[in-house]
Design a protein. Structure first.
Length: 273
């Protein structure tokens, strides 16, 4: 799936609505390829799939024996209390059929994650998890809850990817992670444009080195002490798309009919990450 994965990141990624940058997609692909090359096995999935932008990437990187799962409120948007994303199962399945391996290969569960436990996902996937994206509700309680599910799911060499830790629109995500990390046996190994990556302490150096090697010198901003571990900060200078997306006007148009209509046009004209 290497060619299809590269094609998705360089082209089709921008056609799927969501908030995964091509830079973060490159980092996640590097991690999954390292896992594939080093015999790391297990399921891959995400809480909070929106329209499938990251889930399709996971599906393209998965081996034939890897189950891929997605959990979302989907039509139950009345329970989306912080308005973080808007899962749409029909759109997700259409995108997976068009840009991924196909919706038939996805294990989708419509559920509030506060009512979810890992054993239910374990029965669905038949394996522990090697890559778990946490991008559901953005309150402190939901973030801590979803991290706990991911922690329970994880193989000894697995990875958790948390979205929006540094997003000023959702400060409770950072509260949730800090609360969770007080008793967790996890280590951060990278900070990227909009993600914090975690793994078991024994693999912290291996995964950090993997990502350092996957970026250019200008993209490795620094190493910082984060939760007691030397953690690389990885970034890409903002292009035109990122400047427009984070502008005051874009924030005002968010979730309006005009904003939704303009998204595909702006993305296709300006997306160069």
């Amino acid at each position: 799936m290497t060619d299809a994965l590269d094609q998705y990141i360089s082209g089709n990624l921008r056609k799927v609505d969501g908030w995964l940058t091509a830079f973060d997609a490159r980092l996640i692909a590097a991690l999954l390829r390292w896992q594939n090359a080093n015999g790391v096995s297990g399921c891959l999935g995400e809480i909070g799939v929106h329209h499938g932008k990251l889930l399709i990437l996971l599906q393209l990187a998965a081996s034939a024996d890897d189950a891929v799962f997605g959990v979302d409120l989907f039509e139950d948007q009345s329970e989306n209390i912080d308005r973080s994303g808007r899962g749409d199962r029909q759109m997700l399945e259409s995108n997976a059929d068009r840009y991924g391996v196909g919706a038939a290969g996805l294990n989708l569960l419509q559920r509030n994650s506060l009512e979810l436990e890992w054993p239910e996902l374990r029965r669905l996937t038949g394996a522990e998890c090697r890559f778990f994206s946490v991008d559901g509700g953005h309150t402190a309680d939901i973030t801590a809850n979803d991290l706990a599910i991911a922690d329970q799911s994880l193989t000894s060499d697995g990875v958790i990817c948390l979205d929006d830790y540094f997003n000023k629109m959702f400060p409770e995500v950072s509260v949730g992670l800090c609360r969770f990390m007080q008793n967790a046996d996890l280590a951060p190994f990278a900070i990227s444009a909009n993600k914090v990556f975690l793994c078991r302490p024994d693999f912290q150096a291996k995964y950090s080195d993997c990502l350092r090697a996957s970026v250019g010198q200008a993209e490795h901003a620094s190493d910082v002490d984060f939760f007691g571990y030397p953690t690389p900060v990885l970034r890409q200078p903002k292009g035109a798309y990122e400047r427009v997306k984070t502008s005051r006007l874009a924030r005002k148009l968010r979730d309006t009919a005009l904003g939704e209509a303009l998204k595909p046009l702006v993305r296709r004209v300006l997306f160069r990450q």
